[in-house]
Design a protein around this ligand. Structure first.
Ligand SMILES: NC(=O)c1ccc[n+]([C@@H]2O[C@H](COP(=O)([O-])OP(=O)(O)OC[C@H]3O[C@@H](n4cnc5c(N)ncnc54)[C@H](OP(=O)(O)O)[C@@H]3O)[C@@H](O)[C@H]2O)c1
Length: 338
């Protein structure tokens, strides 16, 4: 028998106000099915999640499912569940389209069957490309280190999309403080958000605080620590957020799955988590976690100590010839690695 779930009133979900004045729901649905779920399964989750109260969907061209998601969005609008204006749809330009952002954005709009995006991000700050699903050790000989000039040329195209009304807000993803320091002074339209890896075992306090101080809203990906990501994306030293004692302790007190605690922690800390799931019980509890049974200040303090700098998305497939290791992508010593 199919279980019937009670929809959440979307007005109960908190919102964050961006520098443009636009309000973005404080929890979104991730849509990267990786090689575990089909595009149809992800699109079905988007449709059902919107029916159950989600209003914020995090998409990207590289997930290769925007056509399927576009159909799902068109259906929920046609059936009267939502209007376009009630939805917050994020898209991202993939690394191999940095020189043709306007064209790439139009393709995303066509696939998603939309006239405009609420938010469009530069997915990675360099044009280094890898084949989807490729092995973690694979390298592209065309890869290059970060270039201010190249990035700014991409950003200018992003700015033109705002001017053309195709995109309401623009932002970055996978940036570092060192890269921001170089490019923020050159921008006409500042980033509204930075999408970055954030979960209890990887809190990135310096980048988080820097972004907030510049009016850049952090959006947190892998908010649950991506527990079922493919083996090629795992290393032995990776921490498991949903098994961390501080997370488990709160989960036991509230009688919820530790994943839900990760989402609560994220919302209460001030980032916008975008958890992925195709299971209605999971994505519904993730949405409800934003307004039900808050974590206490003492528990928040204990969760702050869960941070052990456990980056999961290391990005090694984007390394260029001459780079030493994935750490080079993240400017750990405060300098942009060349
Ligand atoms: N900007 C970027 O570069 C970037 C990078 C990575 C990800 N992202 C975005 O961030 C999204 C989220 O990241 P992610 O999918 O890697 O990781 P995640 O959201 O941390 O973890 C997702 C997994 O957690 C489990 N889960 C979710 N809710 C649960 C619940 N309530 N109870 C128990 N288990 C639960 C599910 O496992 P099961 O499937 O086994 O149920 C699901 O597959 C992506 O979909 C994508 O949109 C962006």
């Amino acid at each position: 028998m199919t279980e019937v779930y009670k929809a959440v009133d979307p007005t109960l979900v908190p919102k964050k106000t961006l520098r443009s004045g636009d309000q973005i729901p404080a929890v979104g649905l991730g849509t990267f099915g990786s090689d575990r779920f089909t595009h149809e399964e992800v699109a079905e989750a988007v449709k059902e999640a919107i029916r159950l109260g989600y209003r914020h969907i995090d998409c990207a061209a590289v997930y290769m499912n925007e056509k399927h998601i576009g159909k799902a969005i068109a259906e929920v609008i046609a059936e009267g569940t939502v209007t376009r204006e009630e939805l917050w749809i994020t898209g991202k330009v993939w690394n191999d389209r940095h020189t043709e952002v306007v064209k790439a954005c139009q393709e995303t709009l066509d696939d998603l069957q939309l006239d405009y995006l609420d938010l469009y991000l530069v997915h990675w700050p360099f044009p280094n490309y890898h084949a989807p699903g490729c092995d973690g050790d694979s390298r592209n000989p065309d890869s290059k280190p970060f270039s201010i000039e190249e990035f700014m040329s991409t950003w200018k195209q992003m700015e033109s999309l705002v001017e053309a009304g195709k995109v309401r807000n623009i932002g970055t993803s996978n940036m570092t403080v060192a890269k921001f320091e170089k490019v923020l002074p050159l921008m006409n339209v500042l980033p509204a958000v930075n999408e970055m890896e954030l979960h209890p075992c990887f809190q990135q306090p310096a980048l988080f605080d820097y972004a907030v101080s510049k009016g850049i809203q952090p959006i947190g990906f892998c908010p649950i620590g991506s527990p079922t990501r493919p083996d090629r994306d795992k290393t032995e030293t990776d921490a498991v957020d949903i098994e961390h004692p501080a997370v488990v302790k709160v989960a036991k007190r509230l009688g919820v799955h530790p994943a839900v605690v990760c989402i609560k922690w994220a919302v209460q800390r001030g980032q916008i988590p975008i958890p992925f799931s195709v299971r209605p019980n999971e994505y519904l509890s993730n949405l409800e976690s934003s307004f039900k049974d808050p974590i206490t200040p003492e528990e928040m303090e204990e969760l702050a100590t869960a941070d052990c700098n456990s980056r999961l998305i290391k990005g090694q497939v984007f390394l260029w010839e001459g780079a030493n290791s994935w750490e080079d992508l993240w400017d750990l010593d405060g300098n942009i690695a060349q």
